[in-house]
Design a protein around this ligand. Sequence first.
Ligand code: DHB
Ligand code: MG
Length: 221
Amino acid sequence: MATHSTFLNPQLNRYLVDHFSTEDDLQRDVLTRAGNADIPAISIAPEQTACLQLLLRAIGAVNVLEIGSLAGYSALTIARSLPAFGRLTCLEINPRYADFVRKVAAEAGLDSIISVVTGSALQALANLPDGEAPLDAVFIDADKQNYRKYFELVYPRIRKGGLIVGDNALAWGNVADRNTQYEPENVNALHDFNVLLATHPGILATLIPLGDGMVVGLKTE
Ligand code: DHB
Ligand code: MG
């Protein structure tokens, strides 16, 4: 009787990737080219792709915001789960990365869905005009110490039944260690964000331990 989790080992994780990844040749190529372009190899893991897509499809997502796009690997994942009239707005602070994402989106034939806003996400979010279409989902994968601020700025814009997803919810394996020596400011910020979602009265949350973990909150009111 399983009353506790079956912990993943490398073989089981390989099994997940083999059977539950939607990563394709273009995404593999994007990672190679990102490496050649000195873009850090910190994209989401392939085992997160199908999960993200399933969540977005399950809520019928059309209008999605991504905060922190890096090389566009997760943007491709998200955009492919949206209908042809869907919108994915990517906020990326690094202009070189932002251009890379635009190029990748065009190559994937997704440039009518993906638009990239270069610059500080805090500034972009503060300047969002009122009356914009409500967001179905927000994926946060940017600077960890601002997750809470991003949440506060986007929460009023998310529709009831919408999702907020934060990457790196396991904080590189350190999230449960309150005395961590590894990037304590980032680890503690990720922990605080997990607790924020877990205890928020308007959110039903869980932590999905795929990749470095995704904390997922469903806006319930
Ligand atoms: C790292 C990984 C991530 O997914 C991220 O968003 C930021 C940093 C890392 O491994 O350092
Ligand atoms: Mg991440």
